[in-house]
Design a protein around this ligand. Structure first.
Ligand code: ZN
Length: 221
């Protein structure tokens, strides 16, 4: 239990669940969040609040210039979040090309300086929005690249990779941290507690409904 872990914390339901999973599993846990120019600053507020409540040190890395070279509905306030991606119709408009590559690279560099050998990311390849950078093959490949590129053995843990939204809710219940879900942010439209209509709100509502648990966020659909 002496091992240290760095958790990527966006302030959403999945990364918050992953944070508490890591707290149970590792002796010492820190969080890293990214200001990548996302439309909804509320996300960063949630992440800071959750890190504080969980009693973990949080580092915020500013990469807001990233939006200058990117195309995503999560970066463009004018773009509809439920459409298909402009550059790849197979993917949702909310796909941010290269996001997890960038996040994991920056997280691993931070982990390196802190001698933290474990990185935790709350991606899921089930019930997710079709993002290619949430799949196991990508994570494995990143782990290898980062370990080789920094000559630093880093392990990327993905506690949610095989879980659907219902199972993620049940994991939060098992960890005894459902109450913290009231402080998470999910909505692609940046609404609090949630617009109830965007794909992220719908997926969250489905998960809680199937788990038979009321969402502590109090979102009404
Ligand atoms: Zn919404």
């Amino acid at each position: 239990m002496g091992a240290k872990a760095l958790v990527l914390l966006s302030g959403g339901q999945d990364s918050t669940t992953a944070l508490f999973w890591a707290k149970k599993r590792f002796g010492s846990v820190e969080a890293v969040s990214f200001d990548y120019g996302q439309r909804h600053r509320v996300e960063l507020k949630s992440a800071a609040g959750i890190a504080k409540m969980a009693g973990v040190k949080q580092t915020v890395i500013k990469i807001s210039e990233y939006k200058a070279i990117q195309n995503s509905a999560l970066l463009d306030p004018e773009a509809p979040t439920s459409a298909r991606h402009k550059l790849n119709k197979k993917l949702p408009a909310t796909f941010v090309p290269g996001r997890n590559i960038l996040f994991l690279t920056a997280a691993a560099a931070l982990a390196y300086t802190k001698k933290i050998g474990n990185i935790v990311i709350g991606v899921s390849q089930v019930d997710y929005s079709g993002y290619p950078d949430c799949r196991r093959g990508f994570i494995k490949s990143m782990q290898r690249s980062l370990s080789l590129g920094m000559e630093f053995p880093v392990t990327i843990h993905t506690p949610l990779i095989k879980l659907n939204k219902k199972e993620t809710v049940l994991l939060a219940k098992k960890l005894g941290v459902l109450d913290y879900m009231a402080y998470t942010h999910t909505c692609y439209e940046g609404k609090k507690p949630g617009c109830g209509r965007c794909p992220a709100c719908r997926l969250r509502a489905k998960g809680f409904k199937e788990a038979g648990i009321a969402d502590p966020l109090g979102m009404d659909i």
